[in-house]
Design a protein around this ligand. Structure first.
Ligand code: CO
Length: 139
């Protein structure tokens, strides 16, 4: 194990799935798996609406685009049934992690703040085995 990783990971904060129909997706997780699903949260600045599915050890974020020109809408165009969009890992200090990732030639994209006020960035999927990875600061 690397004792000095660029982005020391804590937990899997959430998995995020893009869906074409949030209400149907929420019902699927409620009815099929008996999961607790939050009320919808509107994120107009991100052109999406989300719910959280609660599991014992993590959560699943279901995201529905609310604007046909957003990148999420384009994702749904390519994946009309929906699909895994990103995973989110926590790290103790997002700024240090972003600096160290950049130093390791990993492309840091979308650095900002989550809708619940936590610092975050994404690693470009081409630098992360084809998966978009969100890095969020631990609580
Ligand atoms: Co996320």
């Amino acid at each position: 194990m690397n004792k000095n990783p660029a982005i020391p990971a804590g937990d899997l904060d959430h998995l995020s799935i893009a869906v074409p129909d949030l209400k149907a997706a929420a019902e699927f997780y409620r009815d099929t798996f008996g999961c607790e699903v939050s009320d919808p949260i509107d994120l107009p600045e991100r052109n999406m609406r989300i719910v959280y599915v609660t599991l014992a050890n993590t959560k699943i974020e279901l995201m529905e685009p609310t604007d046909s020109s957003s990148t999420l809408a384009k994702f749904i165009e390519r994946n009309p049934d929906g699909g895994l969009h990103h995973i989110c890992l926590t790290t103790p200090d997002v700024d240090i992690a972003a600096e160290q990732a950049t130093a390791e030639k990993l492309r840091v994209i979308g650095k900002g703040t989550s809708h619940h006020g936590r610092a975050l960035f994404f690693l470009h999927p081409k630098d992360a085995l084809g998966t978009l990875i969100e890095i969020e600061e631990e609580n």
